[in-house]
Design a binder for this molecule. Sequence first.
Ligand code: ITT
Ligand code: NA
Length: 209
Amino acid sequence: MLHYVTTNPGKLHEARAYLGDDTVDGYDYDYTEIQSESLETIAAEGAREAYREVGGPVIVDDSGLFINAFDGFPGPYSSYVESKLGIENVWELGKTVDDRAASFRCILAYCDGEPVAASPDPVDRDDRAAAAAAGAGERYQDDEPLPVKLFVGSVRGTLVAPRGDGGFGYDPIFEHDGSTFAERSSEEKNALSHRGRALAKFADWFDQR
Ligand code: ITT
Ligand code: NA
């Protein structure tokens, strides 16, 4: 069984909706989030620690909201900002600027202790950054960090006043295609979202291993 290591039930719910309850189970463990501007680095280190904790294949999910007018804030600090400010106050900040464009990003980091083959032809900037952060392409040896494979998804949207009861986190203030993510079912959100896109890349790779 593959374990989705997270303290966030919303993430787990979406992962299980996408991958199926037979493929993935939750594992509630608060791995160390290293100080970094890069979600890729945070996720890769988290996956190594989670693998050592669980002792079997794991995915960790590091994600966040990036507001264009604020140079990507709260980004890697999204969890901290949500708990200290709350999403209502993030909207209060967002509505002070004309440009309300934002995006969500999700990095899934998979580790099963096995060496990871280098991606032969990185197709986009995200994949190259992901490969570099994961150290893909280097031969794995015992004294080197555990290999990690990264899958990246992002989605653009607009900050709006909170609407909807579904989803979690910043979903009520993130509008995409006329509805907020909190106004969609998990399946509808997965079909569009940063996490859904990263899960799709993961599932393609996982099924073809
Ligand atoms: P784990 O680290 O235990 O997985 P976490 O909630 O602390 O759980 P992160 O460190 O990745 O996760 O923080 C992500 C933040 O971004 C957090 O405030 C989430 O609520 C928010 N977030 C992530 N994905 C989201 C989504 O799909 N919709 C809305 N908010 C999201
Ligand atoms: Na966290």
